[in-house]
Ligand binder design. Structure first.
Ligand code: ADP
Ligand code: ASP
Ligand code: MG
Length: 451
């Protein structure tokens, strides 16, 4: 399968932000004849606006946000040759956004949010398809919801792999023989046909899932950075690009907040040994990072990641003292409420854990529903802390190498670390600290470990 030369190329929001960005992305697609399938995000900032509309806005704010969406997309339409035809299609989508936004101002729901935000990817793919058509290339727009079957967990739906494979083979594969196909990242549909989303940043995941379903030979992620760096270059401008990185390391980076890849992106790649390339659509000739099953080099320290807006839940119970089954009870409650636990440490009488918060509505608080807190409070005393950030050091054999603790925590002595996890994985060491200190901690660590 991995001998296949067929490439799935994904372009993120900044790569389809405006007409110039879309044109650059089109150049990239057309200069890579093996790219048969293109997966797109919504134009930059569109998803944020749609999420805000979906949270229910009063009339004036709604009008302002709708104008913003119209302005961003019309600016692209205006540059197309068949502007009038495309404008009609965009207008129909804008009308639907208007109706759904009005509905959201009366009552919000996760299903409505997904339906509303899906319009971002529908618009960007329509515009991009038209732009490619103008280059006289056989191109087809494809509604990914026909094949991306997911659970009905709106906001962070899970793909149903077997069905996605079957549907993609049936509906999508035949189109690739004679056309370049343009489709949406991030969105899917559940059994009854209602629109779902894979969580913020989910387009990377879509590209990998379709790559898996169609046996791609490579997945290219085109974004606004020239690859995966030793840390977020926005936080540390001197961060260094990584030329080659292993699946395991890259997966850890994505899981722990390196936004350049959605956390689940590497799963389909790992299952099928499909290499992933990450590069910048602004500088396609500057190279990028290759993610391979294995790399020759396995540095002790590979990268630092930062994940903001973490919620720490501390559960205190004397029942835990010399008792059995308390942890099982707590996890059963969390599982019933679909809470995915991220980090955990326990003591004799308490558990501290952080929650995963990558769903489309993006509200960490939203996960901690009153029903969940009530159920937990029946078991133990519950404390909730916010404004925390998670920093992870990613590397190899971290837990088997002497001196790592001293090297890392020595440097971090000025900071108040709220929780530390070390030892469960040989690939990471991570800690939680107040958000106001997080960037400084990453900068300090980067200077000492990577420069
Ligand atoms: P896209 O819209 O193309 O999906 P994202 O904004 O989701 O782009 O991801 C790209 C961003 O990821 C970069 O602009 C960068 O700030 C951030 N980022 C975080 N960690 C890293 C890292 N280790 N290497 C590269 N970029 C990173
Ligand atoms: N447009 C979606 C988002 O902004 C998906 C993506 O960009 O990957 O989260
Ligand atoms: Mg992204």
């Amino acid at each position: 399968m991995s001998q296949s030369t067929f490439i799935v190329a994904k372009f993120g929001g900044t790569s389809v932000a405006d007409f110039d960005a879309m044109s650059r992305s089109a150049d990239i697609v057309l200069s890579h004849p093996d790219v048969k399938l293109v997966v797109l995000s919504a134009s930059a900032s569109i998803t944020n606006i749609l999420v805000e509309l979906a949270s229910g806005q009063e009339t004036a704010r709604r009008a302002f946000l709708l104008d913003e969406v119209r302005r961003i997309q019309y600016a692209i339409v205006d540059n197309l040759r068949s502007a009038e035809v495309v404008r009609d299609e965009i207008d129909r989508i804008l009308e639907s956004i208007t109706t759904l936004s009005e509905a959201a101002s009366l009552a919000t729901s996760l299903a409505l949010t997904d339906e509303l935000v899906s319009h971002g990817e529908l618009m960007s793919t329509l515009l991009f398809t038209e732009l490619i058509r103008e280059r006289e290339v056989a191109v087809k727009w494809f509604d990914v919801r026909k094949v991306m079957r997911t659970s009905d967990r709106f906001g962070s739906a899970e793909p149903e792999l077997k069905t996605v494979g079957e549907l993609a083979t049936h509906y999508l594969a035949p189109l690739l023989n004679d056309n370049l196909v343009i489709t949406q990242g991030f969105i899917g549909s559940e059994e009854k046909g209602r629109t779902t989303t894979l969580g913020r940043g989910g387009s990377d995941y879509t590209a990998a899932l379709l790559g898996e379903a169609l046996h791609a030979g490579r997945i290219d992620i085109w974004t606004d950075v020239t690859g995966i760096f030793s840390t977020d270059p926005r936080v540390v401008p001197t961060a260094k690009r990584i030329a080659e990185i292993s699946f395991e390391e890259a997966a850890e980076m994505a899981t722990f907040g390196a936004k350049v890849l959605h956390p689940a992106t590497l799963l389909p790649a790992v299952r099928n040994n499909i290499p992933v390339f990450v590069g910048s659509s602004k500088a396609p000739n500057d190279g990028g990072t290759f993610v391979y099953p294995e790399t020759n080099e396995k540095p002790l320290f590979r990268a630092l990641t930062l994940r903001r807006r973490q919620t720490l839940l501390t559960l205190h119970s004397l029942k835990m003292l010399h008792a059995r089954g308390f942890l099982a009870e707590v996890f059963a409650v969390l599982a019933r409420h679909h809470i995915s636990v991220d980090l955990i440490t326990t003591s004799e009488v308490s558990i501290a854990l952080t929650l995963d918060t990558t769903d489309t509505s993006g509200q960490a608080r939203g996960l901690l529903t009153q029903a969940l807190l009530t159920e937990l409070s029946a078991l133990c005393r519950v404390e909730v802390e916010e404004d925390l950030s998670l920093v992870a050091l990613i590397g190899n054999q971290l837990s088997q190498s002497p001196g790592v603790g001293k090297e890392v925590f020595g440097v971090l002595s000025p900071f108040n670390l709220r929780l530390i996890c070390y030892g469960a994985s040989e690939h990471n060491l991570c800690f939680l600290l107040p958000s106001k200190d997080a960037e400084a901690a990453v900068q300090t660590l980067h200077r000492h470990l990577f420069e």
